[in-house]
Design a protein around this ligand. Structure first.
Ligand code: ISC
Ligand code: MG
Length: 463
């Protein structure tokens, strides 16, 4: 068995070297094998010995995870992020040598990453390791679906490369990332925290509500930052592990670029593609969970019938339906939202399904959807202009699509909320809320405080 696999890897490496020689350039080789059980979080932790460019993605409701390390190919874009991603992803799929005997989504040639919320926003420099759009094909990718585990090596093979050396590198790297589990380090806890200008933020919420009342916009989403200093460097794998156990029904993700890491547990799917089938979600309108079941149900009922929250939600439904209509043949949207409960809050939730027209890709849909009025506002341009002018925050990748695509028309992007940016021992946490004409600044402030809580309690090491 091992012999056959080794031989096949050797053969593939030989073919890639020959192709690189013929092209007088480099040849991307992608080779996938099924492997023994390997825990994605421990893979991510061990991979830190190889590179400070790592990625992690879990859809906790589906028992599906990916963890990747290194960078075999990167699509980088400043403006026109989705068009650039589409073009280079097509190019790569046409030119890569892919050996993937499995039909599992998320195995083989996969690119993971995301983009900034707004390429036209002022930059503070804090996100400069991320750029405005970046998808990366990791050198090594672990894919876990239920009880099955797959390992993909993506290698840039050059004409001058030696097959034996490459094979040795693959074997050594595999040993590092699938090594026996080391215990994850403890989360060091919080040394200090600072809310960034909360009073000024509330004034901005009032200003947004006033802007809406005079008819210059209908909804504007405003976000704020909580800056946390930990007692020691943030152990990202341990934080992911804790998010996985405390945040069911979420997308737990980490995108690390040169040591800086964007991490989160988002409840919000932007879009999932399963060949021609698309799934999106309208998520807006928020209330806390109750202390007792009865209390919880009463809060849920009140949320379902609350005009202010319903209007926040309905703007999102209307716009997502329009966006889907542009690229899809059949779009299904229920008439009314339901309640979707999460660990410490509940949201109004309307699922959307659609059939993607064959001439479009997931990148076209992202282009249509982002930013939805759950993160931008209505109308899109007026709300973005307000955010650019008045919000005292460099959103960076917060609130923007983060996810993955494979080369079989599968992919999924979440909205990067309930998230933070980690650098060494400091973490910037972000939370926003939908401001409509009846918004009360104190209530919106409380809502953002609840949204910050899950990730904050993970950092406290107490959840
Ligand atoms: C902007 C955020 O949440 C959005 C998603 C769900 C509910 C929202 C709300 O009720 O305001 C927000 O639109 C955030 O968590 O940072
Ligand atoms: Mg809200």
């Amino acid at each position: 068995m091992i012999d056959v696999q080794t031989k096949s890897l050797e053969t593939l490496l030989g073919e890639a070297v020959a192709q690189a020689k013929a092209d007088n350039g480099a040849q991307l080789l992608s080779v996938t094998e099924q492997i023994k059980d390997t825990d994605p979080v421990h893979f991510f932790a061990s991979a830190g010995n190889l590179s400070t460019d790592r990625v992690f993605w879990t859809s906790t409701s589906e028992s599906f995870s990916m963890a990747g390390v290194g960078n075999a190919w990167e699509i980088e874009a400043e403006k026109n992020r989705t068009q650039t991603a589409e073009r280079y992803w097509q190019y790569l799929q046409n030119h890569a040598l892919v050996h993937n005997p499995y039909q599992e989504p998320g195995t083989g040639l996969v690119a993971l990453g995301g983009m900034s919320f707004d390429p036209d926003a002022r930059s503070s420099g804090r996100w400069n390791r991320f750029g405005h759009g970046s998808l990366q094909v990791p050198n090594v990718l672990l894919t876990q679906r239920h009880a099955r585990h797959y390992l993909t090596f993506n290698i840039q093979v050059r004409a001058t490369d030696n097959v034996d050396d490459l094979k040795k590198w693959v074997q050594e790297t595999k040993a590092v990332v699938t090594s026996t589990r080391q215990p994850l380090p403890a989360i060091p806890g919080i040394d200090s925290q600072e809310e960034i200008e909360p009073e000024q933020w509330k004034d901005t919420v009032q200003r947004a509500a006033d802007t809406i009342k005079v008819g210059h916009a209908e909804k504007i989403v405003l976000a704020r930052e909580l800056r946390v200093t930990l007692k020691d460097r943030a152990p990202i794998a341990s934080i992911l592990n804790k998010l996985l156990t405390t945040q069911p029904n979420s997308y737990v993700f980490a995108i690390e670029r040169d040591g800086d890491c964007f991490v989160g547990a988002s409840p919000e799917r932007l879009v999932k593609q399963d060949d021609e089938q698309l799934f999106s979600v309208c998520l807006a309108g928020t209330a806390p969970r109750g202390q007792t079941d009865e209390d919880d149900r009463a809060i849920a009922q009140a949320l379902l019938h609350d005009d202010k929250n319903r209007s926040e939600h309905d703007f999102v439904v209307k716009m997502i339906r329009q966006a889907m209509d542009t690229c899809c043949d059949v779009v299904h949207v229920p008439d009314k939202p339901v309640i979707h409960p999460f660990q410490n809050l509940q949201h109004l939730y309307t699922p959307v399904t659609a059939k993607l027209n064959q001439t479009y890709s997931i990148f076209d849909i992202i282009d249509q959807l982002h930013p939805t009025p759950a993160l931008g506002g209505v109308p899109r341009e007026a709300s973005l202009a307000f955010i650019r002018e008045h919000e005292q925050l460099d959103r960076g990748w917060y609130g923007a699509p983060v996810g993955w695509v494979d080369n079989h028309r599968n992919g999924e992007f979440a909205v990067g909320i309930r998230s933070g940016l980690i650098r060494d021992d400091s973490v910037s946490l972000f939370a926003g809320c939908g401001v409509v004409r009846d918004s009360d600044p104190e209530a919106e402030y409380d809502e953002t405080r609840i949204k910050l809580q899950p990730i904050l309690s993970v950092l406290e090491g107490s959840s």
